[in-house]
Design a protein around this ligand. Structure first.
Ligand SMILES: Cc1cc2nc3c(=O)[nH]c(=O)nc-3n(C[C@H](O)[C@H](O)[C@H](O)COP(=O)(O)OP(=O)(O)OC[C@H]3O[C@@H](n4cnc5c(N)ncnc54)[C@H](O)[C@@H]3O)c2cc1C
Ligand SMILES: NC(=O)c1ccc[n+]([C@@H]2O[C@H](COP(=O)([O-])OP(=O)(O)OC[C@H]3O[C@@H](n4cnc5c(N)ncnc54)[C@H](O)[C@@H]3O)[C@@H](O)[C@H]2O)c1
Length: 462
């Protein structure tokens, strides 16, 4: 049966549902197709469950450090992993049900469950249903990358965890080997160490979080090693094999033992877009060599009437970038407001403890640009609030254009840094010079309080 709509939205991730809300409010007849879990990655297997687990891990860490604060408790801290999982599941379910309930009750929106694929540029098939519209919005997200056995021997025969399947564990692995030392790998590594597992991180580059500045990578390594996490860098030719009940990760490192033996292995080595089974060829939509849908600055594909939003377009890989994609599309279509992806300042955080927040350009990017620049840094040991909280690991770094005095970027690795950095971000969006922040009087005692001081003590970058 063929049904006609004004718009079809593929995927109920971070961009699709709010777009359905805006379009239906504008009187459009909308079909929304979701094949699995409403709310997509962030709600079900991404931000929400991981940050709930990070909170349990933080509680365990603080409980172990109770003595530092004069808290007396009897006996060692133990985890009830079933309770940790139940807490996480409850938070996730509330969020997922909220999104699903909202969509199903939305006037003007018809929800279809199943896998959608294009049959033509204006037509999509879901099971036996054919849906037709002149506007189609693709928000299909991404999934964990699992290399084929010819690239990583053992992936076809040895059990391994991904960032999705590890969320189903309700027992503590004896020794978790994490392959990939970046956002996914490090959040799980620290969390499981704090739950009480032995943890080894295996990263093929010569430093952790290789997209970040070298000083950030070094400080993150210090944080993790101080908690007893083993880290193997420069690991090449990674292979999985089984030895009895144990999993062996062959690492062939430049130095060190050629194998890491653990009870469980997690692959956190990137994500691939869900575009391979979408029938994009039937619509004539162009993808790049990694499968990301190619879009312009206003998220239009090469086919008129088809847009791509969120992780599947390769222009961002975060919840906030996917949601911003919705805002850009809605503003252009409904508000005659020509918002663009290039208006967006790149921002992200890594939720280890202390968190790392990064906005705008990194120091390496500023150096590569050749711009004359000023830099200010302060260790977290100089932040009164961090000292009072007993959490002094990390540092702040700000980068300023030497000629225009405009802020180029900032990184904060430190307690509260993920919140405090937003005062810098707001000044960047307001296109205000560094002196605006330098002259701002911030509340004492906060982590943000030191930011004006850092901007007041800028030095030319050598
Ligand atoms: C472990 C982990 C932790 C993360 N933590 C953070 C964080 O702290 N902060 C942050 O900003 N980002 C985080 N992210 C990234 C964030 O989750 C994603 O960037 C975000 O969810 C992407 O949203 P999206 O709208 O592009 O797609 P998704 O949320 O992935 O939604 C896509 C939806 O489309 C559906 N779908 C796919 N194909 C089809 C089809 N053919 N037919 C019908 N439906 C289909 C899927 O089932 C899914 O529901 C994390 C990711 C992971 C994996
Ligand atoms: N806090 C957050 O916002 C957050 C948290 C988790 C995930 N995410 C999102 O999920 C995406 C994917 O995260 P990710 O950490 O999986 O990917 P990533 O691309 O950021 O990092 C993958 C890491 O694995 C390493 N690697 C790749 N192949 C390897 C191999 N064969 N052996 C050993 N190491 C290997 C890479 O060098 C890199 O360090 C991120 O881009 C991010 O947008 C965000």
């Amino acid at each position: 049966m063929k049904q006609r709509f004004d718009a079809i939205i593929l995927g109920a991730g971070q961009a699709g549902p709010p777009l359905a809300g805006r379009l239906t409010q504008a009187g459009w007849k909308v079909a929304l197709v979701e094949r699995k879990l409403f709310g997509g990655t962030c709600v079900n297997v991404g931000c929400t469950p991981t940050k709930a687990l990070v909170a349990s891990a933080h509680a365990a860490h603080l409980a172990r450090r109770g003595g530092d604060f004069g808290v007396v408790s009897s006996g060692p801290v133990r985890m009830d992993m079933a309770a940790v999982k139940a807490r996480k599941d409850k938070i996730v379910a509330k969020s997922r049900n909220g999104v699903e309930g909202w969509l199903r009750k939305m006037e003007g929106c018809t929800v279809f469950t199943g896998t959608a694929s294009f049959t033509a540029a204006n037509e999509v098939r879901v099971g036996e249903e054919f849906l037709e519209a002149d506007h189609i919005f693709v928000n299909v997200g991404a999934r964990p990358f699992v290399p084929p056995a010819k690239e990583m021997p053992g992936t076809d025969s040895v059990p391994f965890l991904t960032s999705s399947t590890i969320l189903e564990l309700d027992e503590l692995p004896k020794h978790l080997v994490v392959v990939g030392g970046s956002y996914i790998g490090l959040e799980f590594a620290q969390m499981y160490r704090r739950f009480g597992a032995e943890v080894t991180v295996v990263e093929r580059k010569d430093r952790l979080v290789p997209h970040e500045d070298e000083d950030v990578s070094a400080a993150v390594l210090d944080v993790l090693e101080a908690e007893g996490i083993q880290v193997r860098l420069d690991a090449c030719c990674i292979a999985l094999s089984k030895r009895g009940d144990e999993v062996v990760v062959g690492v062939e490192c430049v130095a060190g033992h050629p194998e890491v033996v653990g009870s469980h292995v997690l692959l956190g080595i990137g994500r691939v877009p869900n575009t391979d089974d979408l029938g994009l060829a039937h619509a004539g939509v162009t993808t790049d060599e990694h499968g990301f849908i190619v879009v312009d600055d206003q998220l239009r594909t090469n086919v008129p009437g088809i847009w791509a939003m969120g992780d599947c377009n390769g222009r961002g890989a975060f919840t906030h970038t996917s949601y911003n994609d919705f805002e850009i599309v809605a503003a252009n279509l409904l508000d005659a407001d020509p918002r663009r992806v290039s208006d967006r300042i790149q921002v992200h955080a890594l939720y280890i403890d202390p968190p790392l927040a990064q906005i705008g350009m990194t120091e390496a990017e500023v150096r590569a640009s050749g711009k004359p620049a000023l830099m200010g840094t302060r260790p977290m040991t100089k932040v009164g609030r961090a000292v009072e909280k007993g959490e002094t690991k990390g540092f702040m770094k700000v980068l300023v254009d030497a000629e225009t005095k405009m802020i180029l970027g900032a990184s904060i690795l430190g307690t509260g840094g993920d919140e405090a950095i937003h005062c810098i971000l707001t000044a960047m969006y307001a296109r205000q010079p560094a002196s605006l922040i330098q002259r701002s009087v911030h509340i004492h005692p906060t982590v943000a309080e030191l930011i004006p001081t850092v901007f007041g003590d800028l030095k030319p970058m050598s």
